[in-house]
Design a protein around this ligand. Structure first.
Ligand SMILES: Nc1ncnc2c1ncn2[C@@H]1O[C@H](COP(=O)(O)OP(=O)(O)O)[C@@H](O)[C@H]1O
Ligand SMILES: [Mg+2]
Length: 247
């Protein structure tokens, strides 16, 4: 059996105020697969994603990236292997220029200057934003910011990409570009989203989270076509499935 790109075993988490945000969550992402994480607001999607690179350190249960189990001792290795794209790009972009933001990770990983330059240039090119390299990130459009935030993750050459609601706040053209970009990646991907058309177009499998628990998982066409299941967990069957045959 191939080692999965990402494995979560029996992960539970409560916030300090006692909110139980995750309850015994287990799943795996095969290498190269794109998996959607869906669920109503408050289901625990962001909390789960924050455990995947140790922003929240797993205490009850386990997270493994390929063959490395996430612990305080392995966190720096895991963080290089897991590219995180936060829901709000302003949490990710803080340097004076786009280029400095994208170069930040490789620079602080200790790469030599020529490699930093190449990594940042390649990542910006990949997301179609190299022309914005000298611009201040806070002056970009929502779609441009999102693409640059993705470039900051790509610049570290991650094995796994973790994206939290990547199409939120995008206009139709920005959203279309982003969906096409996400489709073009061959990274293992986990994408938390309310955008069920994105799920149909980008992902092969879906995890449904409700009340911190995985209540269903399976191929996109099976899960999203299960109207009673979707409705029971605060979701709806996307219209696109009536005309589109996914994967
Ligand atoms: N910092 C926090 N402190 C306490 N509770 C939180 C915090 N962040 C999120 N929660 C709670 O944890 C649960 C899961 O939230 P979250 O992971 O943000 O869900 P989602 O991303 O699916 O909307 C919710 O009940 C939310 O109110
Ligand atoms: Mg969230």
């Amino acid at each position: 059996m191939n080692t999965p790109a990402l494995a979560v075993r029996d992960l539970s988490f409560a916030y300090p105020d006692g909110t139980e945000a995750l309850r015994r969550v287990s799943f795996q992402i095969p290498r190269g697969a794109a998996v959607a994480l869906v669920g109503a607001n408050g289901a625990g999607k962001s909390t789960l994603l924050l455990h995947l690179n140790g922003y929240l350190m797993p205490r009850h249960g386990e997270v493994s990236i390929a063959n490395t189990t996430l612990t305080p001792a392995t966190a720096s290795i895991v963080r290089r292997a897991v590219g995180m794209v936060f829901q709000d790009p302003d949490d990710q972009l803080f340097m004076p220029t786009v280029f400095e933001d994208v170069a930040f990770g490789p620079l602080h990983a200790g790469l030599p200057p020529a490699d930093v330059e190449r990594a940042a240039t390649d990542a910006l090119q990949r997301v179609g934003m190299l022309h914005l390299r000298a611009r201040p990130p806070h002056k970009l459009s929502a779609g441009e910011k999102r693409a640059v935030a993705i470039a900051t993750a790509l610049a570290m050459a991650p094995d796994v990409l973790v994206l939290d609601e990547p199409t939120s706040n995008l206009d139709p053209r920005g959203r279309r570009r982003l969906i096409d970009l996400l489709r073009s990646f061959d990274h293992s991907r986990i994408i938390a989203t309310h955008d069920l058309e994105l799920v149909v177009e980008v992902c092969t499998h879906v995890l449904v989270l409700d009340g911190g628990q995985i209540v269903a998982e399976g191929p996109v066409a099976v899960i999203l076509n299960d109207e009673p299941l979707m409705l029971a967990h605060g979701l709806e069957r996307p219209h696109i499935l009536r005309h589109h045959h996914p994967h």
